[in-house]
Each structure stands twice: as structure tokens, then as C-alpha cells.
Design a protein around this ligand. Structure first.
Ligand SMILES: [Zn+2]
Length: 266
């Protein structure tokens, strides 16, 4: 059981991807949320969602750790998302704010204009409000507060802060707002992640791999695969001293509730 709530499926070679997904499903993974980098990536993830109906839910958007789109490109991408079949389960993502690029620029003493990124994120938040779609967010530390301001301004409730890290105050605000976060296999060896996994409300927690991003600790040198989300889920159970089955059931229900995977609750 459990879902990988955030993976870049389109970054794997097609031959390895199909075998990897089949192995993950055989190991008990229910499905994955396939997030996009740009319009080409959106098109590939749409194709994968059609190849694996009910198993792959696509998230469409523009990853924030790259230059923002021009107004025309942004309008084109939003129009493309609006033109998709209404009955296709989908999300908006990966969208957010460029925390790592901004910090890198600032460390190098370069100016960094955040305003176009905030405008781009607001367009995606407005789109998810208009279409009633969940949002897969890349927004960590203080950027999560800026993202929450936009979500609350536009009344978006279903939002997932993937690989979230942040201050106690930001974490508490996320939980109070009913927003989801996910932990990666890093929960096996990163103390900050372990603390989140122990303390964040269990009904708002999910697991993800962000594959093919590579991990360390027990995963060093291994290709990141969606079934590693199950390792993260088992670690959460151990950290919270709860039965594995209960934790897997909760994580599964949360991902279904956030992203609208089909199927009954068990
Ligand atoms: Zn990602």
C-alpha cells in the first residue's frame, strides 16, 4: 500500500520506467503522482496517465527552479491545462518558488528578482481554484509562507508541500491550514525529516521519492524508484511507534483525498 506522492516519471528512460513501475505495483505501491517541469514534460505525463489509468495521476505546471515563463508562455500552458478532459484526474504542479536558485544567487552576491515567480505561482494557484484541482508545491522554508498566502487568498484547500522543510512556526501554520506535506526516503537518515515524520499530523502526511533524485544513507548508489516510498512509510511507522498497517492505511487515504486517486477507502 501507499502512493509515491511526487515523482518525475518523465525523467526516466521509457524502458526502465515501465519495468520500474510494474515492480513498484507488484511490491504494493498503489500509484504515483507524476509532476511536470514544463509543457513538454506535461505532455509526456499526460501520456503516462493514459497508459496507467488510476495508477498515475499527472500534475501539470512549471517547476520554479528555472527561469519563469513569459506571459505568453504562461497563458499557453494554462490554456493547455484548461483544455484537458474534465474527467481526467489531475493536479497543478510542480509549481512554487525558487528557494534554492534564490539562495544560490544571494550567496554569490547577485540580485534576484522574485516578483515574476510570485506572479507565475499566483497564476497557477488561480487556475487550481478555477478548476478545483489540488496543487503540488515546491515551496520550502519562508517560501512556504508566501505560497500559503496565495493559497488562502484564492481559497485553495487541497495543497501538497512536497519535501517540505521549515521553521516550527511555518510548520505549525501549514498544519493549522490543513495542508499536506510529504517526506522522502531521507526520513531514514535526516534528523529534521525524522522530526517532521514524528510530529506532523498523521492525517496530513504523505510519502514521496522525488525520483530520480538520488538519496544517501541506506540508498546511496541506488537508483531512486517509486517503491522506496514504501521504505519511507515503514520508517514513519517505526518513528511514531504505530503498527505499519495503520500508517500505510493513513498515508494511502491522505494521498487519495488530496489527489483524487480512484477506488474505495478500505
Ligand atoms: Zn520535484
Amino acid at each position: 500500500m501507499a502512493y509515491d506522492a511526487h515523482i518525475h516519471l518523465d525523467h526516466y528512460a521509457p524502458a526502465e520506467r515501465d519495468a520500474m513501475l510494474e515492480a513498484a505495483f507488484a511490491a504494493g505501491l498503489r500509484g504515483v503522482v507524476a509532476v511536470s517541469m514544463d509543457l513538454d514534460s506535461c505532455r509526456e505525463n499526460l501520456r503516462l496517465a493514459q497508459q496507467y489509468p488510476g495508477r498515475v495521476i499527472p500534475a501539470f505546471g512549471r517547476h520554479p527552479e528555472q527561469p519563469p515563463l513569459s506571459d505568453g508562455e504562461l497563458a499557453e500552458l494554462c490554456a493547455w491545462i484548461c483544455g484537458l478532459p474534465a474527467d481526467l484526474p489531475k493536479a497543478v504542479g510542480e509549481v512554487g518558488l525558487p528557494y534554492f536558485n534564490r539562495k544560490e544567487a544571494e550567496a554569490a552576491g547577485k540580485a534576484f528578482d522574485l516578483a515574476p515567480y510570485v506572479r507565475q505561482l499566483e497564476a497557477f494557484v488561480r487556475l487550481s481554484a478555477a478548476l478545483d484541482l489540488p496543487v503540488a508545491l515546491h515551496a520550502v522554508h519562508e517560501d512556504a509562507d508566501a505560497a500559503m498566502d496565495l493559497l488562502q487568498k484564492h481559497g485553495v484547500r487541497r495543497a501538497h508541500f512536497h519535501w517540505f522543510k521549515g521553521s516550527r512556526a511555518t510548520t505549525d501554520r501549514l498544519a493549522a491550514g490543513g495542508y499536506y506535506i510529504s517526506v522522502t526516503p531521507e526520513v531514514r537518515y535526516d534528523e529534521e525529516t525524522r522530526e517532521l515524520a514524528r510530529t506532523y499530523p498523521l492525517d496530513l502526511l504523505m510519502v514521496e521519492t522525488d525520483g530520480p533524485w538520488p538519496f544517501e544513507g541506506p540508498f546511496a548508489g541506488r537508483r531512486t524508484e517509486p517503491r522506496m516510498a514504501l521504505d519511507a512509510a515503514r520508517e514513519i511507522a517505526a518513528l511514531r511507534r504505530l503498527p505499519e498497517a495503520d500508517v500505510l492505511r493513513a498515508l494511502t487515504a491522505n494521498t487519495k483525498r488530496c489527489y483524487g486517486f480512484p477506488g474505495k477507502e478500505e
